[in-house]
Design a binder for this molecule. Structure first.
Ligand code: ATP
Ligand code: MG
Length: 308
C-alpha cells in the first residue's frame, strides 16, 4: 500500500512545490513508482515538470468534481518511475463549486484510492492556504511534510497549521501523521539560521528532518526547464539535498519516527460535527460564529456576583 504525503504550509513561497517536485523525483530515481499530484490552482508543479497550460487536459479539478478517474488523469514524465496528475487554474473554482457538495473533504481521498496499490509514494503539492483544496489533500494523506524557511518568523502561523492537522485528525482522518518538518532555503553559515534551526528542533523534536535544503540556484532554475533538479543538474547541492531527504523519509518510516505522534502545544479540545463545519479555517466567520465569539468576550463581572 503506497504512502500518501501532503506537502503543506499555508505560508506562501516556503518551498512546497520545489520540495514536492524534487522529493517525488528522488523517490522515482530510487526506483519506486511515485505519483505527484498537483493540488494547487497555480499549477507550479505541473509547469515545473514541463507541462504547458492546457484547459482540455484531465486534471485534479476533474478528480475533485468527480468528472474523471485518477487513472484518466495520469501523465507520464521524463523520469521513468514518476507520474503526474496535473492541475489547471480552474481548480480555484472547485473551492466554491464543492461548498454544498456531499463529502466534499473526501473527494481527493476517494479519487486516488484505486492508485494506492500501484504507487509506493503519492506526493500532494498543496496551495498556500488552508482551504478546501488543502483540506482534501490532508484528508487524503497518511502524513504531512511541512517545508519551512529558516528565517526569523518561521514559526509564525505554524500553530494554525498544527491546529488544522489536529482537527482533521479528530474529525476527518484519524490516521494523519506528521511526516516531518524540513528547513528549506537554508543557509548553514549564518548565526540566525542556526538559531532558527535550534528553535525548531526544540519545538518539533524528532519531527524536524536532519536533512536541510540549502538555497541553491539550480533548484530555482530547474522548473523553467521543466525538469526536477536531479535531471537538470544532478550534482547540484539542491538535487543532492532532496535525494538525501527522500532517503531520510524512507528511513524514518522504517524506524517509526514518521508514525510517532506529535503533541501540539495547545491541544484542540472536544471536536464535534460543528467543528467540521468550521473547516476550512480560513472561511469567513458567519454572523452566528461572530456572535458566539462576542459572548465569550463578555467579561464575567465580580461586581455582578456580589449584587446577585
Ligand atoms: P506557493 O506558496 O506560492 O505555492 P511554494 O511554497 O510552493 O510557493 P516554491 O514555489 O517551491 O514555494 O518556492 C518559492 C520560490 O523560491 C520559487 O521561485 C523557487 O524556485 C524558489 N526556491 C524554493 N526553494 C529554493 C531553494 N532551496 N533554493 C533556491 N530557490 C528556491
Ligand atoms: Mg507552490
Amino acid at each position: 500500500m503506497g504512502r500518501v504525503i501532503a506537502v503543506a504550509n499555508q505560508k506562501g513561497g516556503v518551498g512546497k512545490t520545489t520540495t514536492a517536485i524534487n522529493l517525488a523525483a528522488s523517490f522515482a530515481a530510487a526506483e519506486v513508482n511515485t505519483l505527484l499530484v498537483d493540488c494547487d490552482p497555480q499549477s507550479n508543479a505541473t509547469s515545473g515538470l514541463g507541462f504547458v497550460k492546457d484547459p482540455e487536459r484531465v486534471s485534479s479539478y476533474h478528480l475533485l468534481m468527480g468528472a474523471a478517474s485518477a487513472e484518466e488523469a495520469l501523465l507520464t514524465t521524463e523520469l521513468d518511475q514518476l507520474w503526474l496528475i496535473p492541475a489547471h487554474k480552474n481548480l480555484i473554482g472547485a473551492n466554491l463549486e464543492l461548498v454544498d457538495a456531499d463529502a466534499r473533504e473526501f473527494r481527493l481521498r476517494e479519487a486516488i484510492a484505486p492508485l494506492r496499490e500501484r504507487f509506493q509514494f503519492i506526493v500532494l503539492d498543496c496551495p498556500p492556504a488552508l482551504d478546501l483544496l488543502t483540506l482534501n489533500a490532508l484528508v487524503a494523506a497518511d502524513a504531512v511534510l511541512i517545508p519551512m524557511q529558516g528565517e526569523y518568523f518561521a514559526l509564525e502561523g505554524v500553530s494554525e497549521l498544527l491546529d488544522t492537522i489536529e482537527r482533521i485528525r479528530a474529525i476527518l482522518n484519524p490516521e494523519l501523521g506528521i511526516e516531518g518538518v524540513v528547513l528549506t532555503m537554508f543557509d548553514e553559515r549564518t548565526n540566525l539560521s542556526q538559531q532558527v534551526k535550534s528553535e525548531l528542533k526544540n519545538y518539533f523534536g524528532e519531527k524536524l528532518c536532519s536533512t536541510t535544503v540549502p538555497r541553491n540556484i539550480r533548484l530555482a532554475e530547474a522548473p523553467s526547464h521543466g525538469k526536477p533538479a536531479l535531471m537538470y543538474d544532478p550534482r547540484s547541492k539542491g538535487a543532492e539535498s532532496y535525494i538525501k531527504l527522500a532517503k531520510e523519509i524512507i528511513e524514518r518510516q522504517v524506524s517509526g519516527v514518521a508514525q510517532a505522534p506529535f503533541e501540539v502545544a495547545e491541544h484542540v479540545g472536544q471536536e464535534d460535527a460543528q467543528a467540521a463545519e468550521q473547516l476550512p479555517v480560513e472561511a469567513v466567520p458567519t454572523e452566528e460564529h461572530r456572535a458566539e465569539g462576542a459572548v465569550e468576550e463578555l467579561p464575567v463581572s465580580s461586581e455582578m456576583d456580589k449584587s446577585a
